[in-house]
Design a protein. Sequence first.
Lengths: 745, 153
Amino acid sequence: MQDSLFAPLRLARHRYLAAILLAIAAQVARAPFHLTSTLPFITYAPLVLMSALLGGFGPGLLTTTLCVLEIFYFSPALSFFAANDWPVLQRLGAFFATGVVISVLAEGLKRDRARLSESHRNTSVFLESISDGFIALNHEWRCTYMNATAAKMMGRKSGEPLGKSVWELWPQASDSRFGVACRRAMSENVTVQVEAFYPGPCDAWFEVRCYPSPAGLSLFITDTTQRKSGEEKSRLFTSIVERSDDAIISKNLDGIIVTWNAGAERIYGYTSEEMVGRHISLIIPNERPYELPMLIDDLRRGAKIDHYETERVRKDGMRIFVSLTVSPIRDAQQRIVGASVIGRDMTDSKLAERALGMSEQRYRSLTLATSQIVWNTDPQGEMREDLPMWREFTGQTSEELKGQGWIDALHPVDRERTADLWSRSVSSRSLYHTEFRLRRHDGEYRHMAVHGVPVLERDGTIREWVGTCADITDRVLAEEEVRKLNEKLEKRVVERTAELETANQELEAFAYSVSHDLRAPLRAVDGFSRILLEDYGPQLPNEAQHYLQVARDNALQMGDLIDGLLAFSHLGRQPLRKRTVAPADLVRQVLEDLRLEQTGRRVEITVGNLPVCEGDPLLLKQVFVNLLSNALKYSRTRENAHIEIAAADSTAYYVRDNGVGFDMRYADKLFGVFERLHRVGEYEGAGVGLAIVQRIVHRHGGRVWAEAAVNQGATFYFTLAQAPACEPSPDESLRVEESGGEVTA
Amino acid sequence: MEQPIELLLVDDNPSDVELTVHVLKKNNFANRIKVVHDGAEAMDYIFGDLAEAPDLPRSIPKLILMDLKLPKVNGLELLARVKADPRTKLIPVVVLTSSREERDLLKCYELGVNSYIVKPIDFAHFTEAVRHLGLYWLLLNQKPEIRNEPSED
């Protein structure tokens, strides 16, 4: 302790040695004067004082005593025997008393100083020992004390900042929340506490408490970085738990719920308020009573349970699948006090898994049920898996069919084509469809229809190829049979057609000859008969002239027959040129053409509604010509002839007259060539008119028939195609009454 | 020198030939009629001996009246030959036949026939037809002069 010049000596022997030395020094100092006994004794006093100050009461008293003895010894004027010299004794006594008093005072001073020093030391030790930093500032903001902790916190050497202004030491603190707090504490004389992050050299959180003091300001500084990061971590954990999609629950070993996060609220439907303090069995299904004890047993043993899949009951009663991870919670003494349970809702994935399982099962069943061979390959078209159905069919081993080995089971002729097609399908990712012959285990080649499709991943890449091979041998053979039969049939058709063509050609040649050659003789008969009559008539008897006339008539009749026959045969060879026809127009034309036949007669002609139809207009006109000329012909004996042309329904047309009619018994002969129901002399005609009508109607795919009775007129019906595209034409009912060839509309 | 033929009648049917000639003569149309009875004969008559006078048909009649159905070379072939040869193509050719077959008519007109008449069976009609025919083609109709010039080819 160098703070005082007269700091008491620490050790007792030093103090007493110093006392003796001082006493000697006092005598030495007095030696020049000891002969003169008048020198006051007071000159010893400073040394006594010095001894007392250095050593306290004891050494002071020792020095005083030694000085008294020295006086007696060195002062001849004095001795114990000559102690009757009162003034001297009085002075000596006063000196001694003074020495004692000095010693006592010095002792008191020494004690006070020792006490003060102790107290000071204690304070310092306290300030140095506390974990907080401590800085004392005077009113000029100068640092008067700073403990080691504070120095360390601030990155300064201990003692270095003493006497310096804080604002010089830490200029950046001036504007910080610390600076503001310190100034406020100083100026307002209040305690201010502040916590803030102090960047720069420290990079730490500090809590600073500023206490105003008479000397200035005391600052206590606590490094709260650790606490802060703990808080931060804790907040983070809380946030993680709260934001987790999983249900995170903690419970004690009795199964009582302690915490319940938002995830748990969402998954189980109960709020935290509803569940904290309740028993966990609330969400465990009744049929799983063993589950909780089992879990708790595991927990007590400290075991962690990972991904335990089970069922739970939501608040709304719905069953959900959850995957649970249960971990023990330990207290500070490592005792297990509870468990954390992390639950994940697996309902969707479980259901998806089930659906997938069912689909898989369905696929397997189908594979078993089908008679087809089901196959699959990797995306590159290589057989990877064993194909039992293929093996069974072909007798190949699973090794043999792997990769492209399956191609070896094909008919050698089909191999290259199939391999090409397959690799093309694989590279173009297109459907694969082909047929090939496959060698069965018994060596027989069977025709197979093969289909393959790529199974795509979501991103469009191929996951695998799946397909089937179906044995279509029976079908192929049947098709072959059909093809052969068709060929045979076609051949026969060609033969028959050729025959028919030949026959047709012959017929045509025949008709051609008839048309040329059969007429010439008739012309000769008629011609020469006529020449005979003209040139030699007067020389012939009447009878001969009549015979010649008969010959001529017959020749002409024969000519008519030939013309009819040719017209009839001509019909079959003429192509049908169908178009939309308005029969009403045809009827009008025909009636115009037949005006001559009506000359001098009363004929009432009624034209009803005639729907349009599809047909050959020339041929249909011929039909109406024949039917109408018949109607006119066979009604000519009637004074008032009635002829009606109309449609019976949407497909059938009819021509009705009130003529002589015919006996229905002979109706079947009506449409035969050269068939006549009347004698030649009665009505003219070759007997081909109705045959032609029938032929035309038949060629149109229709039907013709008649209804009649003798003397009661006849009705001829005909239809065209079975389902003609006929629509009723606008009602153009036409009523024509003809009298003496004059038309009145 | 032999007088040129007015009318060449090609018909194999003697009755028809007789009737035709009868009518023509009766109407004084053709006094110089040459009758041949088949297509080959007609060809010979018209084109003659080609080696002797290759460029000169023996006779250029004013009118050829022919049937279609003829032995050896039929009427259509004959017509084709006559109408194809520049030396004879200007001679009017009238087909007089029993047939009214559409295809015959069509073919004849394609080959350039000048008229096509069907022989009626009724002699009265036949007479009328031949009379009209003679009147028209031998008397009324005007045709370019046919000169016996060497052909270009």
